[in-house]
Design a protein around this ligand. Sequence first.
Ligand code: KG4
Ligand code: ZN
Length: 372
Amino acid sequence: MIILGIETSCDETAVAIIKGEKVGTKNLLSVRSNVVSSQIDIHKKYGGVVPEIAAREHVLNVLPVVNEALEKAGIKREEAGEKIDAIAVTFGPGLITSLIVGIETAKVLSCVWDVPLIGINHIEGHIYANFVGESRIKFPALILTVSGGHTMLVLMTGHGKYKIIGDTRDDAAGEAFDKAAKLLNIGYPGGPAVAAEAKKFNPECSGQKFKIQLPRPMINSKDYDFSFSGLKTALFYQLKKDPLRLAEGPLRRIEASEASKNWKKRIPEYCAEFQQAVVDVLISKTINAAKEFKVKTVMLSGGVSANQELRRQMGEKFKIQSRVLGTKFKIPSLEYTTDNAVMVATAGYFRALRKDFIDWKKIKVNPNLELK
Ligand code: KG4
Ligand code: ZN
């Protein structure tokens, strides 16, 4: 089965084509093409995604991206209707004006090519990034979904069967990284910027005068909810009283100044502590939930799952836990962590197996779509 996926829920215009086939009890999935047109450089100067600009860019990009995905998969445009078995499109959650561009494109292609349409929840897409390649994933599975808009612990009892057992009460993990990067003035998107700075941190050289310590919000709460806005506020107050930061403030333009150099040396320490605070909370809650629900598989998904420390530390913890719990730990390959359409097409394949199609006249954008 050949599935074309379309993803436009935020600031990436993405189209992918995958091939899925059942071999015995296994589903083998291979990627025929994967095109992502990122708008990061456009939104960078605003420090975040501007919805109106994102939508306009999607309108300009979507057809060239569809075309490129077809070409890379070796499918001629005139034969697309025969070669493609279904079109999967993200219909929520996300930015309404961005989502509309993807959905309208998918509707037109479904109508013109006479190919069935499948609606995909963006979070479901992130989860299915783990199913690319081989899919012998045992249920029940627990998925930590951490992106710019969501921080969730999802219990998955079978394909398309989800129960949200924990959610964020305020900022999502990715949002927290983005806000921290803004406070530290180190660029956008914040996650990769914080991670890159944190990597430079060497505790031996950090100096002892000002040891940074940030809270681990809700780490001991009995539920599986998250809260990251307090962490950002704690960072804000630490920065406010840091003598190096204060010295740097008025001299910021004089890049080579001594104060500026000292402050720049301090940034990695802030980033390392901030990143570790997020990672500690995510790992602790995930392990507790894995124990309580006796899951067979634990998976990561979403943009923040690109974070190397989260991947490494969670992997190490589950290596120890797996002996006791018998839980397998799985991470999506890096290219499928942030928004892409391979994950959407993959989720689409499993829905197509269940013949879960939707009439192109009936699909509707839902910016607040819930995972059910
Ligand atoms: O899944 P995604 O591409 O879009 C949403 O659905 O939101 O996630 C984007 C988020 C951003 O907040 C970004 O800062 C974060 O993922 N992110 C990271 C890393 N790479 C991306 N956060 C931490 N470490 C990273 N390496
Ligand atoms: Zn996403």
